[in-house]
Write a new protein. Structure first.
Length: 95
């Protein structure tokens, strides 16, 4: 990963004291931008939708080093796990 914003813990989730893990799979294009993020795992309950939306936004705004094959950039998928807790949100795995 090159850069991008940290995920934010949404106010709706904070209000409901919702916590959980959201796993997003996305395509990293040759230029390092993210396309087509898809939810692989998400919590359920009050505040869950806001955590899913925050995770999708955070992953979509990140930039990655593109994968390489024979020294040339190629598209590849990345899986990003974001943990939402009452004290904030953070990326815990980015592979």
């Amino acid at each position: 990963m090159i850069g991008g914003p940290e995920p934010r813990y949404p106010e709706e989730a904070r209000w409901h004291r919702a916590t959980g893990r959201v796993v997003v799979r996305a395509l990293v294009r040759k230029d390092g931008t993210v396309d087509d993020p898809q939810i692989q795992e998400a919590p359920i309950g009050l505040g869950a939708t806001s955590m899913v939306n925050a995770a999708l936004a955070a992953v979509s705004e990140r930039t990655y080093l593109s994968a390489r094959r024979d020294g040339k950039p190629v598209e590849a998928y990345v899986t990003v796990t974001i943990e939402f807790k009452e004290d904030g949100a953070s990326i815990v795995d980015d592979t």
